[in-house]
Design a protein around this ligand. Structure first.
Ligand SMILES: *Cc1c(COP(=O)(O)O)cnc(C)c1O
Length: 220
């Protein structure tokens, strides 16, 4: 836990008008509370159960963002309180989020996760799958979800040129999707990209949400 690093990070992202999601996965609630007391209100988790149990015991004005892969059968555990789901990668998942949001009389903000890395292991939609989803009639009928933007993870590499190209590609895709599908929707404005190792590159390409864990909380 490093409050100095946190403050440094905040002053660094301020001119970019981006917001910081403090990624607290695997970290104890005491660490989250300490950062909360230093002013941080948005936290990111990648597991449903962990996020739900932290939500129970921590201050209720914390914004919880789910950033990890989400299975349809687990949506119900976070639907009452989650502030944003970054990892939507199918219309089936979106339909389940919509159903659970309706049960809770809410609209749940979502980001569509795009596969931009060169590794096989990363989740996310390809560009073709993204356009198929946005054009599908299943998608059009959903009233209890709001698509607020795109999310992506760059390759886990030292090659900054490659990361730069991947983030530039995601920003370009964001602009095209905004123009074609969400031109009339001001809430489509979020570009979630950048982690501890590459947030500077992400900010340079217009990230509006950066997801940083280990710089603040230490290695996991
Ligand atoms: C863990 C995680 C992060 C944060 O990673 P750090 O390297 O600790 O900053 C960001 N995004 C996702 C999707 C993650 O799972």
């Amino acid at each position: 836990m490093n409050i100095e690093k946190y403050k440094q990070l905040i002053s660094e992202i301020k001119p970019c008008k981006a917001r910081l999601i403090a990624v607290s996965k695997t970290k104890p609630t005491e660490d989250i509370l300490a950062l909360y007391q230093a002013g941080q209100k948005i936290f990111g988790e990648n597991k449903v159960q962990e996020m739900a149990s932290k939500y129970e015991v921590l201050p209720k004005d914390i914004e919880w963002h789910l950033i990890g892969h989400l299975q349809s059968n687990k949506v119900k555990y976070i639907a009452p309180f989650v502030n944003m789901i970054h990892s939507v990668d199918s219309v089936k998942l979106l339909m389940e989020i919509n159903k659970q949001a309706e049960k809770n009389k809410r609209v749940i903000p979502c980001l569509l996760q795009i596969f931009i890395a060169s590794e096989e292991t990363k989740f996310g939609l390809s560009r073709d799958e993204l356009f198929q989803l946005l054009d599908s009639k299943e998608f059009r009928g959903l009233k209890n979800i709001r698509i607020c933007g795109l999310m992506g993870m760059a390759s886990n590499t030292e090659n900054e040129k490659q990361i730069d190209a991947e983030f530039a590609g995601l920003k370009n895709l964001f602009d095209r999707v905004k123009l074609k599908y969400f031109a009339e929707e001001p809430s489509f404005k979020e570009l979630s990209m950048g982690m501890s190792s590459d947030y500077k590159i992400a900010l340079a390409h217009g990230a509006t949400l950066i997801r940083v864990g280990s710089i603040i909380f230490g290695n996991r």
